[in-house]
Design a protein around this ligand. Structure first.
Ligand SMILES: N[C@@H](CCC(=O)N[C@@H](CS)C(=O)NCC(=O)O)C(=O)O
Length: 349
C-alpha cells in the first residue's frame, strides 16, 4: 500500500510535471498579438568589452558614488538631455562617442540606440537605456541613495512589442516617475511631480520631433549640421578619416531625406521653422505664466533640464540662431545654460 501510494504519487508528480511543462510550452508558443515579452528588466552584464573612453568628465566635488560610462552621439538630443542632467548635478562620467553609421562600440548591448548609460556596481555593470528612464532612475537614486541602482532599474520594467507599422518597440513602465520609498518622500515630490511629468512627456512626444526636420531642412543645412557634429563630437580624434567622411556624407544625405519623412509623420508646418517657434513659444509662455526664472522656480526641475538638453543639441545649427532671433527663448535658455555649466545642482546631491 505504502509502496503503491509512493509509486502512484510519483506517477502523479511525473504526469503533473509533464502536463505543467506542456501547458507552459503551449502558453509560450501561443500567438500573443503584438506583444513579444512582458516585464523584462535590463539585465546587469558581468563585463564590458575594453573600450577606451573618448573623454572623461570629472567633477572634483562629485559625491554621488556613481561610476558611469555614457555611450552617446554628442549631438543626439536624447544624449544631450542626459548630459544636461549629469552636468547640472556635477556627476562625473566617461563618454564613449559611438559611430552613428557603424555603431561598433554598442555591439555588446541588445538595445541598439543611444544614449546607453552604464553604471559600475558591486556585482558588475548595470546598463540603463532610454534618456527619460536614465534620468528618472538617477533622480530616484539622488533622492533615495539607500536603494542600489540594480534595485532601481527593477522599478522600470519594459515590454517589447511590434508597432502598427511592424517595427519592434520597447515601452518602459514608470519612466516619467521617480520611484521613491517613503510616504513622506512621495508626498513631498507629488506636489510638483505632475506638472514636471507633463512637460517631460511633451519634450519626448512633441518638442523633440520639431528638431530634425529643422536641422536637416535643406541639403546644405544637413551638411553644415554634420560638420558641426564632427567638430563637437571630436570625430577627427575619435574616428579614422575614412570613417568620419563616411559618417558626414552618408549621415547628412540620409538625415536630409529622413527629415522630410519626419515632417510629414509629425504634421509639421510647411515652413518647419514655424513649428519650432510655435513649440518654443508654448514653453516660454508657460515659464512667463509662472513668473519664475525656471519651470522649477529658482532652480531648474527635470522638465527644464529636458527642454534645455534637447535644445542644446542644435546650438550650432542655423535653426538655433533663427530661434534666438524669432522668439524670447534666450531669456530662459541663457540662465539654464549657466546653471548647467556651473553645476548648480551639485548642492542638492
Ligand atoms: N527614447 C529614446 C530614443 C533614443 C534614440 O532614438 N536615439 C537615436 C539617436 S538620436 C538612436 O540611437 N537611433 C538609432 C540609430 O542611430 O540607429 C531615448 O529617449 O533615449
Amino acid at each position: 500500500m505504502h509502496q503503491f501510494t509512493t509509486k502512484q504519487s510519483l506517477t502523479g508528480i511525473t504526469v503533473g510535471a509533464l502536463v505543467g511543462t506542456g501547458y507552459s510550452i503551449h502558453k509560450k508558443n501561443k500567438p500573443r498579438d503584438h506583444i513579444i515579452n512582458e516585464q523584462t528588466f535590463i539585465e546587469p552584464v558581468s563585463h564590458l568589452p575594453k573600450i577606451k573612453p573618448s573623454r572623461r568628465v570629472r567633477y572634483p566635488n562629485d559625491n554621488s558614488g556613481l561610476k558611469l560610462v555614457l555611450f552617446q552621439y554628442q549631438t543626439c538630443p536624447f544624449c544631450c538631455k542626459v548630459r544636461a542632467f549629469l552636468d547640472y548635478y556635477g556627476i562625473s562620467y566617461d563618454v564613449v562617442e559611438v559611430d552613428p553609421v557603424l555603431r561598433q562600440s554598442i555591439k555588446w548591448s541588445s538595445y541598439q540606440k543611444v544614449p546607453i548609460l552604464v553604471a559600475e556596481t558591486a556585482t558588475g555593470y548595470q546598463p540603463l537605456n532610454d534618456s527619460t528612464m536614465i534620468i528618472s532612475a538617477l533622480a530616484t537614486y539622488l533622492k533615495d541613495s539607500d536603494k542600489s541602482l540594480n534595485d532601481i532599474v527593477k522599478c522600470f520594467p519594459f515590454i517589447t512589442f511590434y508597432d502598427d507599422d511592424g517595427s519592434k518597440k520597447n515601452e518602459i513602465m514608470n519612466k516619467y516617475f521617480l520611484m521613491l520609498s517613503t510616504t513622506q518622500q512621495k508626498v513631498d515630490y507629488e506636489k510638483i511631480a505632475s506638472e514636471e511629468r507633463k512637460w517631460r512627456k511633451w519634450v519626448d512626444n512633441v518638442f523633440v520631433h520639431t528638431l530634425s526636420p529643422n536641422v536637416y531642412r535643406t541639403r546644405e543645412e544637413a551638411f553644415q549640421a554634420f560638420n558641426w557634429f564632427s567638430e563637437v563630437g571630436e570625430w577627427e580624434k575619435n574616428f579614422p578619416s575614412w570613417e568620419r567622411i563616411l559618417i558626414i556624407y552618408v549621415g547628412a544625405s540620409a538625415m536630409y531625406l529622413i527629415g522630410k519623412k519626419l515632417k510629414r509623420k509629425y504634421s509639421l508646418k510647411d515652413d518647419v521653422r514655424e513649428s519650432l517657434y510655435d513649440e518654443c513659444n508654448i514653453w516660454i509662455k508657460e515659464i512667463e505664466k509662472q513668473g519664475s526664472k525656471f519651470h522649477g522656480g529658482d532652480q531648474p526641475d527635470l522638465a527644464d533640464l529636458a527642454v534645455y538638453g534637447v535644445l542644446n543639441s542644435i546650438e550650432g545649427c542655423s535653426a538655433f540662431k533663427d530661434l534666438l532671433h524669432k522668439t524670447r527663448i534666450n531669456k530662459w535658455y541663457s540662465p539654464m545654460k549657466e546653471a548647467v555649466l556651473t553645476h548648480q545642482g551639485a548642492n542638492f546631491v
